[in-house]
Design a protein around this ligand. Structure first.
Ligand code: EPU
Length: 422
């Protein structure tokens, strides 16, 4: 168990310096899963050193891949892939383990896995994965607490419409389709940059994929080859979080190593709140304004405002001058963490499980809190930085799932933060 201890700035806006954004968690995980489609080696660069990458590594090593890491470069050799059963404990610790259904089913004709674990942000079923693979000719069965997807003769071509837009289901079906026996058309597909990045990785392996980044993706099967080294895209959720920190407490914070065009919806939110920023080629400099304007924010699939970026923005809204509304449209349970912000002094009223009304500005007080998930953890860190006094953010190991060396990077802009391991 880890606890982060943070000294609050009591509303002062004194943070100054640069924060470097790492490779994207939600891009490296599908890319690691997709590496199993290749009868050879994939080399991934700009890989963040985070717990979810370690868990994914355990999963793929158990299936027969050989993985080595040097700095931020990860090499995955999958010539001798032999396993079809996902390690129970690792799969339970990581929702993204579901991504392996795509590559293992396509390569081995079968995959067995438990209901995948992950954050406590609401119900996270797997019905879309099951229905999608059934459309491509797979059998889906349940045995005890495990699911089995099988297609001993290989997956067929076909057309599948996603009744709910799902990022990882789009990714799993897209990767499986590269080894199918006919053309696969995915409709109402997710359009997130991580889907586009995965398509680019697969295309670098020889795959024929059209339309990634639009709602209709067409995959024509071909045999895959070893790709050239592939660079993981920067993490747009980290970028959004650090920009929000700058808007909350920055004298001048420069967020570096980003793809600016992935951040349209975040910059729209900051601009509407009256936050001054300047945009560079691969960086943005942000400052906290005297006063923040209240706004209405609604999370949405990309290119809308990302659900993963909402918790830090919630903290910013507690400091806006008037009434804001935040509507979480993707996950049922994701607003629960706001109770802890209320304990810290925020005025947040839950109008429904999906809608919060925020009245600001309210000074925040330091508190001892435990984070329920990765993104709420960052919201608590931001609240603790703005607050008066010392805060303790417990279950920091959940934050480590998605953020590399978070204390070091925050210290670099002037945050006083330390860690206690028990
Ligand atoms: N859904 C179903 N059935 C399914 C799959 C999804 O009903 O079979 C529903 C979910 O319950 C949810 C909605 O579809 O209401 C959208 O969820 P989605 O499947 O898109 O989420 P995901 O693919 O499991 C990824 C990210 C999440 C991020 C969401 C939404 C990865 C590894 N995870 O999850 O990231 O919140 O997309 O953008 O890419 C995080 O990084 O902290 C995180 C939770």
């Amino acid at each position: 168990m880890s606890t982060l201890i943070i000294e609050g700035l009591n509303g002062r806006k004194t943070l100054r310096g640069s924060i470097r954004v790492c490779g994207a968690k939600n891009s490296v995980l599908p890319t690691m899963a997709a590496a199993l489609l290749i009868n050879g080696e994939a080399v991934l660069e700009n890989v963040p050193d985070i717990a979810d990458v370690h868990a994914m590594r355990v999963l793929i090593e158990n299936l027969g891949s050989t993985v080595s890491r040097e700095g931020a470069t990860l090499s995955i050799q999958s010539r001798d892939l032999h396993g079809v059963v996902l390690d129970h404990k690792a799969a339970k610790s990581l929702r993204a383990s579901i991504l392996l259904t795509g590559s293992v089913l396509a390569r081995m004709g079968r995959v067995t896995f438990p209901h995948p674990g992950g954050d406590l942000i609401g119900e996270r079923p797997i019905d879309i994965f099951a229905a999608g693979f059934q459309t491509l000719g797979a059998q889906v069965t349940e045995e005890g607490d495990s699911y089995i997807f099988s297609a001993p003769e290989g997956l067929t071509g076909g057309e599948y419409f996603f009744s709910t837009v799902s990022v990882t289901a789009t990714e799993a079906l897209m990767m499986a389709a590269t080894l199918a026996k006919g053309t696969v058309v995915l409709r109402n597909a997710a359009m997130e940059p991580e889907v586009v990045a995965l398509a680019e990785f697969l295309i670098s392996c020889g795959a024929k994929i059209q339309g990634a980044g639009t709602p209709v993706i067409v995959i024509t099967p071909v045999s895959l080859v070893e790709p050239p080294p592939y660079r993981i895209i920067p993490d747009r959720i980290e970028a959004a979080t650090f920009l929000t920190l700058g808007a909350l407490a920055g004298e001048e914070v420069r967020v570096e190593n980003i793809l600016v065009h992935h951040l349209d919806s975040v910059l729209d939110v900051l601009a509407r709140m009256g936050v001054p920023f300047t945009i560079g080629s691969d960086y943005i400099v942000v400052r906290a304004p005297e006063k923040l304007r209240p706004i209405r924010v609604r999370t949405h699939e990309y290119p809308g405002f990302a659900t993963d970026a909402h918790p830090p923005v919630m903290v910013l809204l507690t400091q806006a001058d008037g009434q804001s509304v935040l509507i979480e449209s993707i996950f049922d349970g994701r607003l629960r963490y706001t109770e802890e912000l209320v304990r810290m002094g925020a005025n947040i009223e839950m109008v429904s499980p999906h809608r919060a009304q925020i009245m600001g500005p309210r000074p925040l007080r330091g508190a001892a809190i435990e984070t329920p998930d990765i993104r709420a953890g960052l919201a608590f860190i931001l609240a603790a930085i703005a607050a008066e006094g010392t805060s303790r953010v417990g279950r920091a190991e959940l934050i480590d799932r998605g953020y590399e060396k978070i204390e070091d990077r925050l210290r670099a802009v002037g945050v006083t933060i330390s860690r206690e391991n028990t």
